[in-house]
Design a protein around this ligand. Sequence first.
Ligand code: ZN
Length: 177
Amino acid sequence: MNFNLKDEAAIAQDELNSYLEAQVRAIAPRFKCLVPVNIKVERVGFTRNASRTPYIVYKVGDRRCCTFVKRLFFLELVQVLLKVKYSIEDRIRSITSSEYFGLSVETTEQPKYIPSSYINTFLERYNQVALEKTAPQQCGCNDLYDMCLHLIARTLHNGVKVKSFTRLMREEAHERK
Ligand SMILES: [Zn+2]
């Protein structure tokens, strides 16, 4: 089969498109939306039974609903929030909901309290980013919460490089010397 120049350009473009589509597919299953519509998050908590399943109470228009989230997925989301909002990349050890529905997060370094307004806003916007597939573009947003949709998209796109335990142990061993 013979290709002329136009065909080759078209093939290159097709390859690029399928590469980009594969990239989006690779990210998409991990970072799926919480609810397939835009939501207003009211509060976040954990069930009182032994499973301590995270739940999110939200509103769509006037309708109030609740969704349960897998613990590991919730942990991953809070890890993204720590990176976006506080530039913290220490691995989360535990999360508990505290007074006024904020979250108390224990990391391998210092504990962190996340006020409910931040966690609620983050989850709303995360959902929007996942739903609308916001591009991870550079931006000049002057956002009240310092976590615009693009910053969340960029962080998801780049991934959060959490300090591994092995690296942490190596650092501790180094300090003991
Ligand atoms: Zn932005």
